[in-house]
Design a protein around this ligand. Sequence first.
Ligand SMILES: [Zn+2]
Length: 217
Amino acid sequence: MSMRKTVADLHNELVRYNLVAWTAGNVSGRVPGEDLFVIKPSGVSYDELTPANMVVCDLDGNLVEGEHAPSSDTAAHAYVYRNMPDVGGVVHTHSTYASAWAARGEAIPCVLTAMADEFGGEIPVGPFALIGDDSIGQGIVETLKGHRSKAVLMRNHGVFSIGKDPKAAVKAAVMCEDVARTVHVARQLGEPLPIPQDDIDRLYDRYQNVYGQRSPR
Ligand SMILES: [Zn+2]
């Protein structure tokens, strides 16, 4: 199954962009056309991940295929796939700057054109939630449903990001940390200037609909 390779490989990006320490971060991807997703095995280090040791779960988070236990964040990923049918990839990290905003329970304000492009506004904060049941998943879905942002700062915890596929979710996690860092740095010497809402709307629309290579038809 090629989704096993995609998900295994994308974990290298979490390491490359310095979003994770030890094993605390994970990527998952929905298997196209099936009620299944592929996710990182629990406690296996990033340099030992292979397509073969990825874990396949159903949308209730039950293990379907794999020799390892799935990531301890599997219930949250499963809840997102069950409740957001357009989501094809989910990423979780404790990346430093974004988690610092989460620790304060503070949304990252939209003060950079790159944020307007990618997130269409602020990056919101989700509720405080303990691992073990559906509360993390519920918090992610409640915050992101109907929001332009593809990333949420779960309070006192870290980042969950979503995308149409796992690569898009990884990109959102990388960009979230990047803007969290820049806005943090900007704050050190003053108050960053807000971008007017109609300019945010224009930037978001252009980036989402016009920017980049047109896909061949
Ligand atoms: Zn976590």
